[in-house]
Design a binder for this molecule. Structure first.
Ligand code: GLC
Length: 478
């Protein structure tokens, strides 16, 4: 009996541990400089992520076609091509990379004009190809046998970061922890079976140690040779210590999850010794080194209780594909407003082509967003979430001075209605209510507990598009 009870007790403890484990509360970073930077980052709201690498020459998915898992996103073309034939061709892409129209100033200007305040660039994706001048591998854009290496701007990561900083845009480095090129991750003695190391880490710990050192060295290069970086965005969440595995992460890949510990405390300490206050985002690994969380291609239903950012493609894919279909400006602005009202940031992706240019659609889309941001930016930047966050087509944000924005989402072609009504927030008696880019003093009343704002008829015909921001100088305290 006692044994049974003990067993039951242990099972319970076990279950608790699992429950806690699955919950994975956000772990705040104690470093004050990081806290402060995170607070600033939450003011920026809108950023750009850029996926660019040798895969862009083929216009195929970034890296994933190398991964021997049979998923929709890993398929190779032509279908049926033997794996090693494909690998050889893919690797050769590293040498033929020659983006002769590379002009990061052009991207940076478009991003800044769109109102993007920060950017993140793929210095290395899972395929291991380095878009920076690393000394740890020859698989890099600056290697002497690469077409573009003779170009004075061959160290593209450096050029890109500098171009964006010149436009006043904060910079961050995307870096893939998994590396499908190095012998320390996909050791060629064994064929790769999935996204994970091709060998048993517990059997070959020295090899894994070399991988740790390799990763550390590359991140150190980035932290020391590329100017001020404010975010280290680490992708490839299956590289994680055993203790941070979740039910979900265990299902990734086809081989069993291994203890892929790269010593994040050491990496973060080193990185921050060079870049004080650096935000570290060890994506999807819910440790202290995930300073903010990154829902991918989705917007949470409700505000989250920790800093977060939705990353999303502006078109249909992360890396360049010919004729990519872009989301409409209307959709993107609605997404941005929705995200910001829930307290998040929006990181919008573009994929430059093999020549180094973006699709024309990327420029026109950013221009459209920029025109809206130019008028309405105050309702977005340096705001925080405020209840009720969203009521129907109205989203809310609040500024540090206590003023509130009610942002009405206009459908495509929709004209401003005669009244805008919402629940959950009431202007203070003497509040000044105005439309950004429009009427300075609006009349409002309370009807059955709802706030009803009258829109002057002159405003209704006035070409407002996508969303209108109504500023309320003060609201009733609830
Ligand atoms: C997905 C893709 C990966 C990409 C990332 C960006 O995880 O698989 O290739 O880099 O999204 O968020």
């Amino acid at each position: 009996m006692r044994k049974l009870l003990m067993a039951a007790g242990l099972a319970l403890i076990g279950m608790n541990a699992v429950a806690q484990h699955e919950e994975h509360p956000y772990i705040p970073e104690p470093d004050k400089a990081v806290q402060q930077k995170l607070d600033e980052w939450q003011d920026w709201k809108f950023g750009m992520i850029i996926h660019w690498g040798p895969y862009s020459q083929w216009g195929v998915v970034e890296s994933w076609s190398l991964c021997p898992e049979d998923e929709g996103f890993t398929q190779r073309k032509p279908y049926g091509i033997p794996y090693y034939d494909y690998l050889k061709k893919y690797e050769a892409l590293g040498k033929s990379f020659n983006p002769v129209k590379f002009n990061p100033e052009h991207w940076a200007k478009a991003a800044a004009d769109a109102g993007m305040k920060y950017m993140v660039f793929t210095t290395k994706h899972h395929d291991g190809y380095c878009m920076f001048d690393t000394k740890q591998t020859d698989y890099r854009i600056t290697a002497p046998d690469v077409a573009f290496s003779k170009n004075p701007r061959a160290n593209v990561a450096k050029e890109i970061f500098e171009a964006f900083r010149k436009e006043g845009v904060h910079t961050g480095a995307y870096f893939s922890k998994p590396d499908w090129n190095t012998e320390y991750y996909w050791w060629s003695y064994f064929p790769p079976k999935d996204r994970n190391p091709s060998y048993d880490i517990s059997k070959y710990p020295e090899r894994w140690n070399k991988f740790k050192q390799f990763t550390y060295n590359q991140i150190e290069e980035l932290m020391t040779g590329y100017g001020k970086l404010e975010i280290l965005w680490l992708d490839g969440g299956w590289v994680r210590p055993e203790k941070y595995q979740t039910a979900e992460s265990r299902t990734w890949g086809t081989t069993k999850a291994q203890d892929q510990d790269i010593d994040m405390p050491k990496i973060a300490a080193m990185a921050r010794s060079h870049q004080p206050g650096l935000i570290v985002v060890d994506r999807s690994v819910h440790s202290q080194y995930e300073n903010y969380r990154t829902p991918e291609q989705q917007i949470p239903d409700k505000p989250l209780s920790y800093p977060w950012e939705t990353c999303m493609t502006m078109g249909g894919s992360w890396s360049y594909v010919p004729n990519d279909q872009y989301k409409s400006v209307n959709t993107l602005i609605h997404n941005l407003v929705d995200i910001v009202a829930k307290g998040g940031n929006y990181l919008l992706n573009v994929g430059p082509g093999p020549d180094g240019e973006l699709h024309d659609a990327a420029y026109t889309t950013m221009k459209g967003i920029g025109e809206w941001m130019h008028v309405n930016g105050d309702a977005i930047y340096a705001t925080r979430a405020v209840a009720p966050y969203k009521d129907g087509k109205v989203c809310f944000t609040t500024k540090k001075d206590g003023s509130v924005y009610a942002i009405y989402l206009l459908d495509d072609q929709e004209k401003l209605p005669a009244t805008i009504t919402f629940k959950g927030l009431t202007p203070a008696k003497k509040a000044r209510v105005e439309i950004l880019g429009g009427a300075k003093s609006l009349v409002w009343k309370t009807v059955n507990g709802s706030t009803v704002i009258n829109i002057p008829s002159a405003m209704q015909g006035k070409g407002f598009k996508h969303a209108v921001a109504i500023k309320i100088s003060a609201v009733e305290k609830v």
